[in-house]
Design a protein around this ligand. Structure first.
Ligand code: ATP
Ligand code: MG
Ligand code: FE
Length: 347
């Protein structure tokens, strides 16, 4: 069965074709980062219009890449939510119109389920059950995953998401948008002893996070250094202080979640999962300690950490393998900009 995936929840237009027999056939992506950069963040109206412009050429590119015709598609999965309403509507309307024109069923997919399942697209995928750390631009959640559609929330951020903390702190350092990768690169040159920033909720007994205080701490040191004329080395030192703090908290909470659930597999999903310092610290923690304390960490391929169509095609295909009736010939545009992941049902 060949599933077309359509992603348009935010500022990436992603199209992909996943075959339940042969795996990922092809995928194409357009990132709007350059367009939103001058505004310092995503402008929803511009995002929607750009999705409209990009979707059909990307669809053609994906079909060409797979060497198939549109008529060969068996079902169409699109991101139904959560995300920007206007942007989601573009993906939904394209998926539904295509479905109607081709007489194929459509299926709305939860964007975070796409992120969560994306490590299963890698060559050495984890088996269920596992603990998942979802660290993206809009979410920071620890989840127990027992199977497709079986997600139990263990803890989440009480304020900013990890990606948001990366982006806001990077902005304070004048690093542009989105600043996650830039602040990470700069941190490599920083002195880890120069700034010791707070590790919010590190010792709280639960699995929740809070990152807005860390961003404020960055603001305070930037101000102290004299906003406009922070020298390059000082910027790198602040970046290093920030990255070390956020990585410490994320790793500690993952280890605590593994301890609480007794599980040995940890999956990282979402854009911040591309972060090299986080990966290095998690790998070190996984290898440490006596055998019974060791665990294994699974990551998505780097290109599938941030938003993409492949994870949506894959999540749709997984759902359809369990329940072929999950896709319907119901072509009413249908989006859910707000949609908690644990509301998803086992099919
Ligand atoms: P959500 O999925 O919650 O709706 P989103 O789709 O915007 O949010 P993603 O595309 O998964 O989020 O990830 C984007 C985020 O990942 C941005 O905040 C970006 O700064 C961050 N990010 C990407 N690469 C890195 C990196 N190497 N280091 C740190 N952060 C990174
Ligand atoms: Mg994005
Ligand atoms: Fe995302």
């Amino acid at each position: 069965m060949i599933v077309l995936g359509v992603e348009s929840s935010c500022d990436e237009t992603g199209l992909a074709l996943y075959d339940t027999g042969r795996g990922l056939l092809s995928h194409a992506l357009h990132s709007q980062v350059a367009m939103h950069e001058e505004y310092g963040g995503v402008v929803p109206e511009l995002a929607s219009r750009d999705h409209i412009r990009r979707a059909i050429p990307l669809l053609q590119q994906t079909l060409d890449g797979a060497g198939i015709a549109a008529a060969d598609i068996d079902a169409i999965a699109y991101t139904q939510g959560p995300g920007l309403a206007g942007a989601l509507l573009v993906g939904s309307s394209i998926a539904c119109s295509l479905g109607l024109a081709l007489d194929k069923p459509v299926l709305g997919v939860h964007h975070l389920e796409g992120h969560l399942l994306s490590p299963l697209l890698a060559s050495d995928p984890p088996e269920f059950p596992f603990v998942a750390l979802l660290v993206s631009g809009g979410h920071t959640q620890l989840m127990r995953v027992d199977g497709v559609g079986q997600y139990a929330l263990l803890g989440e951020t009480l304020d900013d998401a990890a990606g948001e903390a990366f982006d806001k702190s990077a902005k304070l350092l004048g690093l542009g948008y989105p600043g996650g990768p830039a602040i990470s690169r700069l941190a490599e040159f920083g002195d880890p002893t120069a700034y010791k920033l707070p590790r919010p909720m590190l010792h709280s007994k639960d699995l929740n996070f809070s990152f807005s205080g860390l961003k404020t701490a960055v603001l305070t040191v930037v101000k102290k250094s004299g906003v406009a004329n922070v020298c390059e080395q000082d910027k790198a030192n602040i970046a290093r202080g920030f990255v070390d703090a956020i990585v410490d908290v994320l790793v500690a909470k993952c280890v605590a979640a593994l301890k609480q659930t007794g599980l040995k597999r940890l999956v990282i999903a979402g854009g911040v999962g591309a972060n090299s310092q986080l990966r290095a610290a998690l790998n070190a923690a996984a290898a440490k300690g006596p055998n019974h304390k060791r665990f294994r960490v699974y990551y998505p391929e780097l290109e599938f950490c941030t938003d993409n169509g492949a994870m949506i095609a894959f999540a749709g295909a997984m759902r359809l393998s369990i329940n072929p009736d999950a896709a319907r010939r119901d072509y009413a545009f249908n989006v859910r900009p707000r949609w908690p992941l644990d509301e998803l049902k086992v099919i």
